[in-house]
Design a protein around this ligand. Structure first.
Ligand SMILES: *Cc1c(COP(=O)(O)O)cnc(C)c1O
Length: 226
């Protein structure tokens, strides 16, 4: 059951935080609801979930607009975003986690300005070369973020990464360590007028390792809904 899954996950988060001597209150759960019905999402919201992640604009539009009428929720875009869908993403999401180019950031900022919004976003970083096509390499992220920081209607809050699928979750640790290093480096750049606070890393199979390495936001699909 979804409510039991969530209870179990909260216990595991608390234990991982304790091991890392961190406060579990600093870790946000994003329930990844791609492919799930609004009825399932409602159950998660009733069990205390506040943040919902989707990876496709069309599917998200249908479901989130229906859910928003009834409840308050924070919405996250976690899938690859094409520049020509930036306007819809700005309309739909509180946090766009998958910004991976200056061009996309510029487009988001422009649409956000038209809508009278400052769009919060994360930069997607490719910490492992084989995992996905998307995301900036760490050195590219370091170069581009000061440029994005100059745009008025997009506010970069942190970094996101997807670790590769491995047989043993322990093998994901180095990717999370790398993202934390990039995060710390960016926060030390001169000419950055805002600090990053969100490290979105960790999914169903590896969230405990991610928490030990400093994650502040975990994205869970199967762990909640399966
Ligand atoms: C699907 C997805 C998740 C959730 O994956 P699970 O392994 O089901 O927890 C998290 N992040 C992204 C970017 C995803 O696409």
């Amino acid at each position: 059951m979804i409510s039991e899954n969530i209870l179990d996950i909260k216990g595991r988060i608390a234990r991982a935080a304790l091991r890392a001597k961190r406060d579990a209150a600093g870790i946000t759960i994003v329930a990844v609801s791609k492919g799930r019905s609004t009825q399932e999402i409602r159950q998660a919201l009733e069990a205390g979930i506040t943040d919902i992640g989707e990876n496709r604009i069309q599917e998200a539009a249908t479901k989130l607009n229906e859910l928003r009428i009834q409840r308050e929720l924070r919405t996250h875009m976690i899938g690859h975003l094409q520049t020509n869908k930036a306007k819809e993403a700005v309309q739909l999401f509180d946090l766009i986690q998958s910004v991976d180019s200056l061009r996309l950031a510029q487009s988001i900022s422009r649409h956000a300005e038209n809508l009278g919004k400052v769009q919060e976003a994360l930069i997607e970083v490719k910490t492992s070369p084989e995992v996905t096509k998307f995301g900036l390499l760490p050195e590219e992220a370091l170069k581009i973020i000061p440029e994005i920081a100059k745009l008025k209607n997009i506010s970069i809050k942190g970094l996101m990464t997807i670790a590769p699928i491995v047989d043993n979750p322990e093998k994901t640790r180095s990717y999370f360590k790398l993202l934390k290093e990039v995060f710390d480096k960016i926060n030390k750049l001169p000419n950055m007028d805002y600090g990053l606070s969100i490290l979105s890393m960790g999914m169903t199979d590896d969230f405990e390792i991610a928490i030990e390495e400093g994650s502040t936001m975990i994205r869970l699909g199967r762990g909640i809904f399966a």
